[in-house]
Design a protein around this ligand. Structure first.
Ligand code: SAM
Ligand code: SF4
Length: 349
């Protein structure tokens, strides 16, 4: 679909032709993001408050149940799985899930198994991830300055993260760095980040801060830095050549003439990317969110625990039939509260 969101017309009830998941706007849902835990060893200022209340462990699906749910989606035509969190690599025994899901790569049912991580545990797991079939990893790192890194993540150590990134590169994983653009925080570093990534052959994606969940402290309005301004700043130093590349996500890419690497922009606030949305998000409690920016969700844990495949498939179909046209994010001065009450760590970023 290349139509603008404003012109998307529902085609009626979601159809499941050829067993695929097609939503009411004729978008094929082929991408599942899974938050395997809402816990994290960092407390990034735009993501979490310092004192978070996490889900009781008893509410969480077991790794076996997560495998069952992911596999149900793969059987229905999902081609790409991204494991996220919270911090996915702090979940106990998480490699079991990667290894298990790797079987879908062997049969080619799945095109890609990947993860988004803060890299704090990557040094330990990089080789095992590669062996499980992971080939690409997104690492979130908003600054190259260790003091600033400590301020942004509250609990993180930059050298550990860099060590994780180096281990991942050495293991053969392709790396993309994600950086949230934060006004007054990392705005003086964007050129250094382009150079740093360029020298190492990493893609770099900038993300606009989104109004998800209460974070306490500094208001998001103060952090928000539109990527149109980031791009304008980058253009002063770099040759940005527009390219059509898509990694199946919402980022728009340019190739930097001087480094040859790609820089992406994810602009949920200034540019609505919903028209081509092919994804849904599963939480560690088995709740399926059809849109990152809406509250509507479906409970898949109940049908999963009935141990009845038909019931589970019906619940998935019913959920996809409710996938909305797009999100309603707003950051403005009249709204102090977040647009969406749950944190990104619940839905998996
Ligand atoms: N812990 C892992 C990490 O940080 O990569 C995975 C989960 S984290 C929630 C996924 C992504 O969401 C990170 O790149 C993070 O920067 C981003 N993120 C979290 N809260 C955000 C917000 N309010 N607005 C924009 N991006 C956010
Ligand atoms: Fe943790 Fe990732 Fe959220 Fe930072 S962005 S607090 S690393 S889940």
């Amino acid at each position: 679909m290349t139509t603008d969101t404003a012109t998307l017309v529902p085609t009626g009830k979601a159809s499941t032709g050829d067993n695929l998941l097609i939503d009411p706007y004729d978008r094929h849902v082929s991408y599942l993001r899974v938050s395997v835990t809402d816990r994290c060893d960092f407390r990034c200022v735009y993501c979490m408050s310092e004192n978070m209340t996490f889900l009781p462990k008893s509410d969480m699906l077991s790794l076996e149940e997560l495998d069952q749910l992911c596999s149900a989606f793969v059987n229905r035509g999902v081609r790409k799985l991204r494991i996220s969190g919270g911090e996915p690599l702090v979940r106990r025994n998480i490699m079991w899930l990667f290894e298990r899901l790797g079987r879908h790569l062997d049969t080619s049912a799945l095109e890609e198994l990947t993860l988004t991580t803060n890299a704090s545990q990557l040094e330990r797991y990089a080789t095992a991830l590669y062996d499980a079939g992971v080939r690409r990893v997104n690492v979130s790192m908003d600054t190259l300055n260790s003091d600033k890194f400590a301020l942004i993540t509250r609990w993180g150590k930059l050298d550990k993260v860099i060590g994780g990134i180096e281990a991942a590169a050495a293991a053969g994983l392709k790396i993309k760095i994600n950086a949230v653009a934060l006004k007054g925080v990392n705005d003086d570093e964007i050129h250094d980040m382009v150079s740093w990534c360029g020298e190492r052959g990493f893609d770099l994606t900038f993300i606009e801060v989104m109004p998800l969940g209460e974070i306490g402290g500094k208001a998001r309005l103060d952090q928000y830095w539109p990527l149109s301004m980031v791009r304008a700043e980058l253009k002063k130093h770099w040759t940005l050549n527009d390219i059509d590349d898509s990694t199946g996500g919402p980022a728009r890419y340019v190739r930097v003439g001087e480094t040859g690497e790609r820089v992406g922009f994810i602009t949920p606030m200034t540019h609505n990317f919903c028209e081509s949305c092919n994804r849904v998000r599963l939480t560690c409690t088995g709740t399926l969110y059809m849109c990152l920016g809406q509250e509507d969700a479906a409970n898949l844990r109940a049908p999963l625990r009935e141990n009845n495949e038909a019931l589970l498939m019906d619940a998935i179909d019913e959920a996809i039939s409710r996938k909305p046209q797009g999100h309603d994010f707003i950051i403005d001065r009249r709204r102090a509260a977040p647009s969406v009450s749950r944190h990104m760590s619940v839905t998996g970023g």
